[in-house]
Design a protein around this ligand. Sequence first.
Ligand code: PLP
Length: 385
Amino acid sequence: MSIDDILFHSGEHRAEYFNAINPPIIQSSNFAFDSIADFKAKVAQEHRNYVYTRGINPTCGIAAQKIAALEHCEAGLLVGSGMAAISIAVLSQLEVGDHVLCVSKPYSWTYKLLTNLLPKYGMSASFFDNNDQYELASVIQDNTKVIYLESPNSWTYDIQDLTFIADVAKKRGIKTIIDNTHCSPIFQNPKVHGIDIVVHSVTKYLAGHSDVMAGVICSDDSIIKQIFDCEYMILGAVTSPHDASLIIRGLRTLPIRMQRSEESCNTVLDYLQTVPHISKIYHPYLGNHKEVVHKQMTGSGGLVTIVLDTEDKAIVEAFFDRLDKFTFAVSWGGYESLKVPILAFFDNPGKTNPPLPYQMIRLYIGLENPSYLIASLQRAFEVFE
Ligand SMILES: *Cc1c(COP(=O)(O)O)cnc(C)c1O
C-alpha cells in the first residue's frame, strides 16, 4: 500500500458514516451487540472489534491502523502518551527475573522506567554504549528478553545498526523494541529491518500540531493481540476519540511536514557549519555511522544539537535568550521551532547535574522559513562579539 493510500483512504469506511469525507469522532464509551453469538465472536477478537472504548474505538482504530500501515506492521494500538506506549511494550515482554539491554542515553523517562520501575517488580536493565553495538552479543545476559533501541537517540542522535542488532537478537530469541519517534515512519521503518515492536510518541511528528498527547505500539497481529489482552486492557492508558481525530488530521500532512522540517534543518545545518562559535554539532548526518544512516534512514527531520564554544555560562544564557524566533519549550515535532538548553538542568536543588555539557542546546526546526530562523541565530551569535 502506498503512503497516499494509507493516509487518504485506508481504514476509512465512508459509506458507514453518511459518506462524510472526514471520519466522525465516535464519542461513545461502549458498543451494542445484536445477539449473544455476536458478542462472543467480537470479544474473542476484541483487539479488532468494537466492544468498549478502553479497547478499540472506531476513531482511535482508524488512527492506529494508519500508523501501523505506515510502519509496515500488521497492527497497532493507540495509547495515551509515548511513555504509555513504551511502558506497555516493555512490560509486555518481561517476567520476574528478566533483563532489558538498552542503548545508553535513551529518552529520560524511558531511562527511569528501566532503572526505577522495573527493579520494583524484580526485573533489571543495563545499557550498552552505542560505540560498542557490534560487540552487543558479549553483553547479552542469559536472562535478557528485550533489546531496547532508540535510533537516533535523544539529544546526541546515536545511530544503531537495526538489521545487525535484530539479527543478533533473533538468533537468541530476544525481542527487539525501538522508539522510532525521531524519524517518524516517513524516514525509517524498523520493522523492515527486522525489529519486532515499533513505538512512537505520537505527540511529536505524527500528531504534529502541539495539541495532542498520544503514543502508538506497532507490531505483528499476534504480538498486538497478546499486548491488547493483557497490559493494554489492564493498564487502560487509552486515547480519547477526540484526540484520535486530531491525530488523523495531523497524519494527512505528515509527509509534507517531514519534508519541510528535513529541508529546513539541512539549510540551518549548512549555516551552523560556518559558525566559528560552535565546538560540536550533533546530527545523524554528521555522526560516525553515516553508512548505517544511509542504509536505514531516508531522512532525519528537524532536530539538531549544538555545543557552544565557550566556558562562560553567562554567554550560553545570553545566546539562548537572544534566540528569539525559537520558543523555549520541551517536546518537538510540531509546527513551531523550539530550543532547549542543557544549562537549565544544571545546579537545580536536589537534582544531579546531567551527563551532558552545559554548553549544549537542542534546536528543533519547525515549519517556518529557514532564513527567518537563520536570521534569529545570527542575531544570537552576536553575543560572542
Ligand atoms: C517525547 C518522547 C517520548 C515520550 O512521549 P510522550 O508522548 O511525551 O509520552 C518518548 N521518546 C522520545 C524519543 C520522545 O521524544
